[in-house]
Design a protein around this ligand. Sequence first.
Ligand code: PBG
Length: 306
Amino acid sequence: MVAGTRLHPSQLILPAFVKEGIAEPQAVASMPGVYQHTRESLRKAAHEAAEAGVGGLILFGIPAVKDARGSAGDDPDGILQQALREVNAEVGDAIVVMADTCLDEFTDHGHCGVLTPGGEVDNDATLERYASIAVAQAEAGSQMVAPSGMMDGQVGVIRAALDGAGFSHIPIMAYTAKYASAFFGPFREAAECAPQFGDRASHQQDPGGPLEEAMREVRLDLAEGADVVMVKPAMSYLDVIRQFRDSVDVPVAAYQVSGEYSMIEAAAANGWIDRERMIMESLIGIRRAGADLILTYWATEVARRL
Ligand code: PBG
């Protein structure tokens, strides 16, 4: 009766991976309970999430062939576009179907952008790729796009490209404050996107950087047209979530990332913690910090329990 913080299934977004060219879903070793889906098993997972009342589904595609410019990312027949078409056609009226808009799953070097001859991520050349990928995703039925690469200006170019292609109604969920985090470790196995050299420190934020840096990112993203702003990871950045919630007038999302998931699963598998209680407590904490939406690999399980 007097609860100050509530969690509702519609506030949860399930991240899911779909891989090209596999006959059976493949378990992700570092994320017990998470799979690289086939198109078939993804459809089943999407139905389950929708039936449980989960609000959204964000898809990541893993192509059979990767190259330096991430060509599969905007190929109309690329794995992510195929999956978006199928899932949106089947459950798109019951759950918001969206795509992660980035390059790292599609590039052979594993970086979130195209590279200069010297091997640095080329911000402006990458923006052109993101614009094209976002349009391909919208054409395939993505109801929202979520640029996650932290390139400067990414929200603006994607907004302009979507508007120009007749998709002015498709909103953008911006990965706004994304930190260069060790908590992404297990995801890189799930999405097969570990950088082959270097790291993402040139474009992701320093965990010890000033809070004002996140605030500058959110001002820029909103000025460029972001409809939802995200903080990622969640648990180690609850202050950033709160700061966003107190400062902006759009929904704030938080991504409870792979490492946050795997820590709890691993400790539970050892019998050291109460798994269910810890999952719920972690999500309530993120809500209390001010997140309106939470991306979590437990979305379907938690929605059922709620
Ligand atoms: C980039 C992307 C990453 C995650 C989501 N989108 C990886 C990265 O930035 O290195 C991580 C999500 C997680 O750890 O669960 N496309």
